[in-house]
Design a protein around this ligand. Structure first.
Ligand code: 3PG
Length: 209
């Protein structure tokens, strides 16, 4: 799949942190039952790589990306684990080069105009705006639409169910990401019904409704 196809399938991307491998399958089923198609699993727990396969087996319709990609070895291990796309919190030059060379659909993380321009020079047109709320939120994205009209963003960081629709109304937003759909606490407590309900609300949100 291309990054454009993945972004088309996603309006809201849940950002997930899985501590226990056993939680991967019920979590995947709850998100899928709620109607979401695209998820970002963060590479910050010991079982994250194994969880990709467990989620795929449990919910084959999910498109599972790996987030928190920080270095070249993360790119390799995530693709080996079966990640369908890659997301990074920032865009160091070396990482941009490794992501580009990998050919994997990727959303490099950016938070300034200079970072957007560097990522664009490296060949990317779609980027994660992180951390969205602390780094300027909606006014920042509106300001970038003039000078950098050909870039689309997936804002993530500090966004909840209340803020998401206003982001999705912006012309340069392709989707939004956030952990509110399935927080660490909800996953640890096995609150699959709550997660399915949150996923359902997120899945019904529309781009530029
Ligand atoms: C991420 O890794 O993208 C963030 O931790 C998600 O941000 P949020 O928890 O503020 O939604």
């Amino acid at each position: 799949m291309t990054i454009d196809e993945i972004l088309k399938a996603a309006t809201v991307i849940p950002v997930l942190e899985i501590e226990k491998l056993a939680d991967a399958a019920p979590l995947a089923r709850a998100l899928s039952a709620g109607g979401l198609r695209v998820v970002e699993l963060t590479l910050r727990t010991n079982c994250a790589l194994e969880a990709v396969n467990a989620m795929r087996m449990a919910a084959p319709d999910l498109i599972i990306g790996m987030g928190t990609i920080r270095r070249a070895s993360d790119v390799r291990s995530s693709l080996d684990a079966g990640a369908a796309f890659l997301v990074s919190p920032g865009s160091p030059t070396d990482l941009l080069e490794v992501l580009r060379k990998s050919g994997a659909p990727s959303l490099p993380g950016v938070a300034t105009a200079s970072e957007v321009m560097a990522a664009q020079d490296a060949g990317f047109r779609a980027m994660k705006f992180f951390p969205a709320e602390p780094a300027g939120g909606i006014p920042f994205l509106k300001s970038l639409a003039g000078p950098l009209p050909d870039i689309v963003f997936c804002p993530t960081g500090g966004i909840g169910e209340e803020q998401a629709p206003a982001y999705l109304a912006l012309p340069n937003v392709a989707c939004v990401g956030g952990s509110w759909i399935a927080t660490k606490a909800m996953i640890a407590a096995g609150e699959w019904a709550t997660i399915e309900r949150n996923a359902g609300i997120a899945a019904r949100m529309k781009i530029r409704a």
